[in-house]
Design a binder for this molecule. Sequence first.
Ligand code: TYD
Length: 143
Amino acid sequence: MQKTTTVHDCAVIRLPNIESDRKGSLTYVYNNAHVPFAVRRVYYLYDVPAGSLRGGHAHKDLLQFIVAASGSFDVIVRDGEESRTFSLNRPFYGLFIPCLIWRELTNFSGGSISLVLASLPYDEQDYLRDFGEFTRYKGGQPQ
Ligand code: TYD
């Protein structure tokens, strides 16, 4: 993955959904088909109190795909120059975030669940948790 990512590399991807009035709906995700990477980890945020801010960091190498599996929330992404806000509110849409993009999750609705598909195992060394450190690290990447 190129280190010169911008917020314009973030993209909402529509997933397949099979609807049935009788049985409810179903969505599925395949590696390298619906998400542009192989999923190696799944985690989810739940019981998030209204008004909470999650995220507030970037990743050096990790690729992520974030789905509002229930309820809604906003994802604010920043690349050091521009920012964009994506509102996620249906389980068949997800936001792809490449590496080296700062993200914040906010405006959680009550009972919302943020499902995250990730390209790598958890590694604290992959985190950039300070915005200044993030911009310096990104600026130091080869163009
Ligand atoms: P963090 O990624 O900082 O959460 P958020 O940005 O949503 O606030 O993770 C919170 C805590 O959970 C932190 O101590 C690391 C731990 N954690 C894991 O152990 N494994 C994981 O896969 C994730 C995502 C977090």
